[in-house]
Design a protein around this ligand. Structure first.
Ligand code: COS
Length: 389
């Protein structure tokens, strides 16, 4: 039977969802506990993503993709994250690493890199450093011009797909005196001289995802690999994050949906005092509140994707609202799902405790929810000043 959430999706989006569901149920569910325990990188599942054409979802047709609609990607990410938000991150973490090229690169760079990514080459986005997370302009990695090259020195921290990706988009300071106008984005490939990998992180959740330091020691990068021109790094970063936050929102939505479904099914199966626990109004109301939150998050995430696909220029506010709300919902719904499952929910026998751990990062990365609220608030004040509201 068709799920109510399929209503309004295009035939292609339904196909994408079916492919993700098949991979999720057949390939991910049987091994997700293993990857969560070991923190190994799920190479064979990433190959399944590539063979199924999922890396083409966020690439335009002229570069070997399916079109690059935000909604297509949201549908794929949501469905995969119902099963494992860490394994799926290899796919949309690549989307994040690709966005500086997609949004800000010249034609030569696009033709060189996008077809490779469409075929399954992983990408990664390198902005964060030990001392610069929310303060994106506070990075210390430097890029000093030397003829036709730039020499990069510094360390990037907590980089998704670090050590596994082939293509990295890296932000470095080309002029320390200019603040937000002093940074520049570069494309750096795995294997470049002076580019190595540092510490691998041991994380609370999304443990199947590779999170690692990137170390640059006199790494020479050709000027042809500069994205959008010197001094435009902060703008590239902001445009990228505006475009990528709906993927985190979709990840959170997928986690919440997966946890809700498990909680509802469990409540029918678990009997106490001679009846299913779903027969207790207290518990039923809890499930209802979880469902209301999930559907509200879905409405906001899908609307944001639709607005972006319709060509809306300034998407900062919607993108931040979708990420902020869906991630808060994911944290709340997974916590309640553990509660519904009681003692079993707290054990690793059921995946809801993992979902609760996985949900937490969605409130933190790609801009904490405090940063999202800051972006939303400033956008509101700007709209009022412009007489829009
Ligand atoms: N799109 C395009 N340009 C933008 C922009 C956006 N979304 N947001 C800001 N800018 C521009 C501003 O217009 C301004 O341009 P001018 O110099 O021409 O005036 C410039 O960028 C600086 O903007 P602002 O003064 O608002 O910068 P702040 O240092 O105050 O930072 C926030 C703003 C907090 C929004 C930014 O630092 C941010 O998003 N931080 C979070 C970063 C993050 O998500 N980190 C997580 C790790 S990355 S996975």
């Amino acid at each position: 039977m068709e799920s109510p959430t399929d209503f309004g999706l295009t035939e292609m989006q339904k196909d994408i969802k079916d492919i993700c569901r098949r991979i999720g149920l057949e390939k991910i569910v049987p091994v997700r506990e293993h990857y969560d325990e070991t923190q190994e990188f799920p190479h064979e599942i990433v190959k399944e993503f590539a063979d199924a054409g999922l890396f083409q979802v966020f690439i335009p047709e002229e570069y070997g993709g399916l079109g690059g609609s935000v909604m297509d990607l949201v549908v794929a990410v949501e469905e995969l994250c119902k099963y494992d938000a860490g394994i799926a991150l290899a796919l949309f973490g690549t989307g994040l690493g690709t966005l500086p090229i997609l949004l800000c690169s010249d034609e030569t760079q696009k033709k060189k890199y996008l077809p490779r990514i469409a075929e399954g080459a992983l990408a990664a986005f390198g902005l964060t450093e030990a001392g610069a997370g929310s303060d994106a302009a506070g990075i210390k990695t430097t890029a000093v011009k030397d003829g036709d090259y730039y020499i990069l020195n510094g360390t990037k921290q907590w980089i998704t797909n670090g050590g596994e990706a082939e293509i990295y988009t890296i932000c470095a300071m080309t002029d320390k005196t200019k603040g937000t106008r002093g940074s520049t984005f570069f494309i750096v490939e795995d294997g470049a001289e002076g580019f190595t990998y540092g510490k691998k992180e041991n994380k609370m959740g999304i443990r199947a995802s590779a999170t690692r330091e990137l170390v640059f020691q006199d790494c020479r990068v050709h000027k042809d690999n500069v994205i959008m021109g010197e001094g435009r790094g902060f703008i590239v970063a902001m445009k990228t994050l505006d475009a990528s936050r709906p993927s985190v929102a979709a990840q959170a939505l997928g986690i919440a949906t997966g946890a809700l479904e498990i909680a509802v099914k469990y409540s029918r199966e678990r009997h106490q005092f001679g009846k299913p626990i779903s027969a207790n109004q207290g518990l039923l109301f809890m499930l209802s509140d979880m469902a209301i939150k999930v559907e509200s998050a879905r409405a906001l995430v899908y609307r944001t994707a639709a607005l972006m696909d319709s060509g809306m220029k300034d998407v900062s506010k919607f993108s931040a609202m979708a990420k902020c709300y869906a991630s808060d919902v994911a944290m709340s719904v997974t916590t309640d799902a553990v509660q519904v499952l009681g003692g079993y929910g707290y054990m690793k026998e059921y995946p809801v405790e993992k979902m609760m751990r996985d949900a937490k990062i969605t409130q933190i990365y790609e801009g904490t929810n405090q940063i999202q609220r800051d972006v939303i608030g400033k956008a509101l004040i700007k709209e009022a000043a412009q007489g829009i509201i």
